[in-house]
Write a protein that binds this ligand. Structure first.
Ligand code: G1P
Length: 292
């Protein structure tokens, strides 16, 4: 399965990030100096993705602005000999070809993915949720493409989480087949803890065959009255094998203020140009803790 296309749903209201999301899309909030969206586009590009289809909603035009050429700015930087900044400005647009489709009604994640049906066409593709930021080299999608090639099937990223929080996620019922890989028998979206089949929760990376679109067209609204991607996957399971893959890497929930803070600290500590200062900030705070 050569994966050339990625679908990135970015149409949500970002309620967990209100009030800032009244005017800034959640997907453009930064970890240090790059928006969440750029991290996931880079992760997809690293895995060989050439074309990214971003699903937005009305009012989120600043997302497409971000990926347009910024000619006036580039000219000014060029005139000023600002090579480093020029490279940063060009970075996002150079990662992959980016196109947009609009989801006009907020009918759920599965419905958002369905909006990309024509743009994807009849080939396997990867769905990437920009809330889920995964730090690892090689990236999670690169790891999943390998598993997908080995198994010749769709692959969904999972992580084992404490049972107290599994009701916030899609949950997989799977049988281990090899290191980190499970054959999926069933999936359920946001089950009550006592009904969860396992503590293997779905993380926002899915390598899928194009037949998922037909499944999404035929399912009814599920959890929260929304067309759920998880329910589409359950329908897909009738005729297609699916595997869950416990990726190597740390996952951060960039969709919540504290998750983004945690991600920002972790990335700042890892990045050469910021690690020293980040460490001294943490030491300063540690000093305050020691005094209290
Ligand atoms: C979505 C999916 C869920 C998955 C989660 C991962 O939920 O529906 O299955 O576990 O992303 O981040 P959401 O976070 O949009 O409620």
């Amino acid at each position: 399965m050569q994966i050339r296309k990625a679908v990135i749903p970015a149409a949500g209201l970002g309620t967990r990030f209100l009030p800032v999301t009244m005017s800034v899309p959640k997907e453009l909030l930064p970890i240090i100096d790059r928006p969440l969206l750029q991290y996931v586009v880079a992760e997809a590009a690293e895995a060989g993705v050439e074309e990214v289809i971003i699903v937005t909603s009305p009012g989120k035009e600043s997302i497409s602005d971000y990926f347009q050429p910024h000619t006036a700015l580039e000219q000014r930087l060029e005139a000023g000999g600002e090579e480093g900044l020029l490279a940063k400005v060009a970075e996002a647009a150079n990662l992959a070809k980016v196109s947009f489709v609009v989801q006009h009604e907020a009918l759920g994640l599965g419905h958002a993915v369905l909006m990309a049906k024509d743009a994807v066409g009849g080939e396997p593709f990867v769905v990437v949720l920009p809330d889920d930021i995964i730090a690892h080299s090689p990236g999670a999608i690169t790891q999943m493409v390998q598993v997908s090639e080995q198994m010749n099937a769709g692959v969904i990223a999972v992580e084992a989480l404490p049972w107290e929080v599994v009701h916030n996620y899609g949950v997989v019922d799977g049988t281990p087949v090899s290191d980190r890989v499970y054959k999926i028998q069933g999936l359920v979206e946001k089950p009550p803890r006592e009904q969860a089949p396992s503590n293997l929760t779905i993380v926002g990376r899915y390598i899928l065959p194009p037949e998922i679109f037909g499944c999404l067209e035929n399912i009814r609204p599920g959890a929260n009255g929304e067309i759920q991607l998880t329910d589409g996957l359950l329908a897909l399971l009738r005729d297609h094998d699916l595997y869950a893959y416990q990726f190597a890497g740390n996952r951060f929930d960039g969709g919540t203020p504290m998750g983004l803070l945690r991600a920002s600290l972790a990335f700042a500590l890892d990045r050469k140009d910021t690690s020293k200062e980040a460490l001294s900030i943490l030491r300063e705070f540690q000093g305050r803790l020691d005094q209290s």
